[in-house]
Design a protein around this ligand. Structure first.
Ligand code: TNX
Length: 510
């Protein structure tokens, strides 16, 4: 062992890992990968790509994947010794996560590729480990979404929240309301080209995610963030409410003042609303949410509810109450941004997503807490640590409204169970890192904004709390991320070489 005191280069770090004193397991041409058919085929592909070896079972050494009945959902164990490796998974997701850990554990030394003699026992801390991609502000094609799924799944994230609609565009083609994509999908922010997914594209994304044990949580944001609905169906939308805040954003970022019926390409928020006292609006919701429910196998439909700055609180409450009921009647669990917690009678099982900023004394937010009071849970996305669209260095790309620059260290230095007063670990469904795309145009931009900070979110969502794991320190994390750099580069990930991380160079043995 060249560096006996370093943690192994695993992100997210497992619940427990013990290094044995024995000889390592040596991989070579001819090593066999056996057991569960899906897991062993995926592992053989992954190891071949990683090592260049031919793992065809013609030589010594066996890596075996086994489904076992015991353990927590998504859990797995690895026993690696000189004469073989066994990966036992509680379910298919567990086998998949065992395979990912195997991929991070194999290392090259003077004698070739090997795995240290070790026992790993691992299971996630939270069941919802998410990342969000905004495909409304800039449309991103199916191939880009699939690449993002691969990257997120590789860090044991298991939810892709797709922000499918916003003021700037409606990105899912629906039979019941064809004008949405016909008229309101053509542009993106800054006048860039738009686009939309057909139902078949969406099904393709959902299936691709499922193969990687990710659930798609689709979002139609409403009643605000709906200028595009008004471009397609003017009778459903209120006139834009142009506040001083909107004018400030127009002044800072350009894009013009939003005008009814004209596609919006700027960055302002909070000026649009559906007509809350018009029954035609609820016919629209029944149509679009009904179709979305039929296209979505996952349990959640996210209906937004953020930043309705021009809407009276009682109107907002009435809308969210009716909209969550429509989702529940479709057999789905409603999910909303935390502002909807202010509405007294939203469905009790509505999951809230908290996106506010932290304060030095903890957050006292009654709206966020109300989801827990109703017996449901929260997904945590504090903007000043998890938002992937914020600048990570002073000179880098991104926005700064969430308390300035979000360094990698800041993205790692927060604890879910003490974030919001009165919201403990049991009240938390999970953690999500959103990537808003006002300034994010290409697949390369997505990589550069998401990596490496997405790894912080993955470790916070998966790994034990810092009080339960000696590896949950910035020193260990930053060093481990640095040693993953060559793997990310080999996988074609255009990550930001953040100056805070001691990046290993590709030729260094891990
Ligand atoms: C706030 S956070 C928004 C989005 C923007 C984002 C930009 C939230 C629920 N809403 O509409 O895209 O800031 O950082």
């Amino acid at each position: 062992m060249p560096h006996p005191t370093r943690d192994l280069p695993l992100v997210p770090y497992p619940r427990s890992i013990e290094i044995r004193s024995g000889e390592p397991f040596r991989l070579g041409d001819g090593t066999s990968v056996t057991g569960d058919a899906d897991a062993s085929a995926a592992a053989a592909r992954m190891l071949r790509a990683r090592t260049g070896l031919t793992l065809d079972g013609t030589g010594p050494g066996v890596i075996e994947f086994r489904l076992v009945a015991a353990g927590d959902p998504e859990s797995y164990a690895i026993e690696a010794q000189a004469d073989g490796v066994v990966i036992a998974g509680r379910d298919r997701a567990g086998l998949f996560y065992g395979m990912l850990t195997l991929g991070q554990l194999v290392a090259r030394d003077d004698d070739g590729w090997s795995l240290p003699a070790a026992s790993v026992a691992d299971a996630p801390r939270f069941g919802y480990r998410g990342v969000m991609l905004d495909v409304a502000r800039h449309f991103h094609p199916v191939e880009t979404v699939k690449a993002f799924i691969d990257r997120a799944a590789g860090l044991k994230l298991n939810v892709l929240h797709l922000h499918l609609t916003d003021d700037q565009g409606w990105r899912l083609d629906l039979r019941s309301r064809p004008e949405l994509t016909a008229r309101a999908s053509v542009t993106s922010c800054d006048g860039d080209p738009g686009g939309f997914y057909t139902a078949a594209d969406y099904a393709d994304i959902v299936a691709y995610a499922a193969e990687r044990h990710m659930t798609v949580v689709p979002e139609f944001d409403m009643p605000g963030h709906t200028h595009a609905v008004g471009v397609a169906y003017p009778e459903l939308a209120e006139a834009p409410v142009v506040t001083d805040h909107v004018l400030e954003v127009v002044h800072a970022f350009g894009g013009g003042i939003p005008a009814a019926g004209v596609p919006y390409t700027g960055l302002a928020v909070g000026f649009s609303s559906l007509r809350i006292h018009d029954e035609a609006t609820y016919d629209f919701l029944a149509d679009v949410l009904g179709e979305l429910a039929r296209l979505t196998p996952g349990p959640y439909l996210h209906i937004g509810g953020d930043e309705c700055l021009g809407t009276a609180p009682e109107d907002f409450a009435e809308f969210m109450e009716r909209a969550t009921r429509i989702v529940a009647d479709l057999g789905k669990i409603p999910m909303t941004w935390h502002e909807a917690g202010a509405a007294a009678r939203i469905c009790d099982d509505t999951v809230g997503q908290y996106w506010g900023l932290r304060t030095p004394d903890g957050i006292a937010d009654e709206r966020a807490r109300s989801f827990v009071r109703r017996g449901s849970q929260l997904v945590l996305s504090p903007a000043d640590t998890t938002y992937l669209d914020m600048k990570s260095t002073t000179d880098g790309p991104g926005l700064t409204w969430a308390d300035g620059v979000t360094t990698v260290e800041r993205s790692y230095a927060w604890e879910p169970a003490t974030l919001i007063e009165g919201v403990g670990a049991d009240d938390i469904l999970g953690v999500e890192a959103p990537l808003w795309t006002e300034l994010v145009r290409t697949a390369g931009d997505i990589d550069a904004m998401a990596f490496p900070r997405i790894a912080s979110a993955a470790e916070i969502a998966w790994s034990p709390a810092p009080t339960d794991s000696t590896a949950r320190t910035w020193a260990s994390f930053s060093e481990r991320v640095g040693r993953l750099g060559p793997l990310w580069a080999a996988a074609g990930i255009a990550f930001t070489r953040s100056p805070e991380i001691p990046w290993a160079d590709a030729s260094a043995a891990s």
